[in-house]
Design a protein around this ligand. Structure first.
Ligand SMILES: C[S@@+](CC[C@H](N)C(=O)[O-])C[C@H]1O[C@@H](n2cnc3c(N)ncnc32)[C@H](O)[C@@H]1O
Length: 374
């Protein structure tokens, strides 16, 4: 439970409408590719509308899938997105600077497919076994050729579309039957002998072009003027010198493992990346504290007067932590940036259907900590 000893802080439950699904009316760019622990776009939209104005520079230093920056850009704010993860950079960049029209996106896709097709065939024996086991060899060859073209800077939209169809059990995806969010083969549920059609060759071209079309189904053009997307840890990030608002959800301490859960997509973005292993709970807690101290100092230096800072914080119930992460943030903000005061706390319980791992003891309630500079 979050501490009750903060004076003059309004405490409310989040509006009931935040529980409603938004997947059928949100901008389709939000559905380019999955990302664990992403905020609902309807919540991001309301936070931006309430706590910033058109033309404001809105910073999200833990941008993840780019949900908050995309909603900011759709509402005419200037979006500044950063995240430590290369996958988050690709997704955020793709959403914030997509081709202006479906026809352009389809033409870009055809050009990249044609360029990939004339590349030499890759040597599949050099591909790690854990990657190979997800794909038919011909699908894997096409995917490797295509990834090597769209890995180049400027092709993030196509890379994101490709990563969005990388693994699932449905026919529109490239892998053998597997889960969508986190890459696990579902060969026990769908054994090869009983479902041979699920283990055949899956051509990349028709699947990619359908994915591009889906991205433009409910397209809303984001404001691309002044947009910045950086791959950086918050500690080393070059913040803008002055900004109007920060709206962000810091990593949930110990609850989600972004590198492990995105491992297949990360491998296609950069096969040379060493697999980051970060399982030590106390090290993670310290990393969270360090990141938040660094962010609080940047807020003190750069947040404009009357500007808001919103943290969306997951509940952490792991016994090895002696304080709730929301309390950790409140206390760090008190120590590092006294001029930025906590005004309001909203709580929202996360129904099981929205949780990544239904049985886990992890994030059950989200806290929205609303700070304002005096
Ligand atoms: C809760 S997620 C953000 C989700 C995001 N709001 C969305 O809608 O997708 C937290 C993010 O923090 C990133 N992260 C973890 N440690 C970081 C650090 N030290 N600096 C910057 N980003 C970090 C993770 O890669 C992850 O994407």
């Amino acid at each position: 439970m979050i501490r009750q000893d903060q004076d003059n802080v309004s405490r409310q439950r989040a509006p009931k409408r935040w529980r409603q699904s938004c997947v059928h009316n949100e901008c389709s760019l939000h559905q380019l590719a999955p990302y664990i622990g992403k905020i609902k776009s309807s919540i991001a939209r309301e936070l931006i509308a309430t706590y910033s104005k058109p033309g404001d520079l809105v910073v999200d230093p833990f941008a993840g899938a780019g949900t908050i920056p995309l909603e900011a850009a759709i509402q005419g704010r200037i979006a500044f997105a950063a995240d430590i993860s290369p996958y988050a950079r690709v997704l955020s960049q793709a959403k914030l600077s997509p081709p202006v029209a479906l026809e352009t996106a389809l033409q870009n896709a055809e050009d990249a497919l044609a360029e990939a097709q004339i590349l030499p065939l890759p040597d599949l024996t050099s591909i790690p076994r854990w990657v190979r086991c997800f794909f038919h060899p011909r699908t894997l060859s096409e995917s490797l050729q295509f990834a090597s073209v769209v890995r180049r800077v400027g092709n993030e939209f196509l890379m994101a579309c490709f990563l969005g169809i990388l693994h699932h059990q449905r026919p529109g995806f490239l892998s053998f039957p597997s889960s969508h969010l986190v890459p696990y083969l579902r060969d026990k549920k769908y054994p090869r002998t009983a479902y041979p059609e699920m283990y055949g060759y899956r051509a990349l071209r028709p699947r990619l072009l359908s994915k591009v079309r889906r991205a433009y189904k409910r397209f809303q053009n984001p404001n691309s003027i002044g947009v910045s997307v950086c791959q950086s840890s918050v500690e080393t990030l070059n913040f803008p010198s002055r900004f109007d608002a920060v709206i962000t959800s810091p990593p949930y301490m110990n609850a989600l493992d972004y590198a492990r859960d995105n491992r297949l997509r990360l491998w296609f973005i950069d096969p040379t990346l060493a697999e980051p292993v970060e399982n030590d709970v106390s090290r993670r807690r310290q990393a969270f504290v360090d990141a938040m101290i660094s962010l609080a100092k940047r807020l003190r230096d750069g947040l404009k007067r009357r500007g808001y800072c919103i943290f969306v914080v997951g509940e952490e119930v792991h016994r090895s932590f002696n304080a709730h992460p929301a309390d950790v943030i409140i206390s760090i903000m008190n120590d590092q940036s006294r001029c930025i005061r906590l005004m309001k706390v909203l709580t929202d319980s996360i129904p099981d259907v929205r949780r990544t791992r239904r049985e886990c003891q992890g994030v059950k309630t989200e806290y929205f900590l609303i700070f304002q500079r005096s």
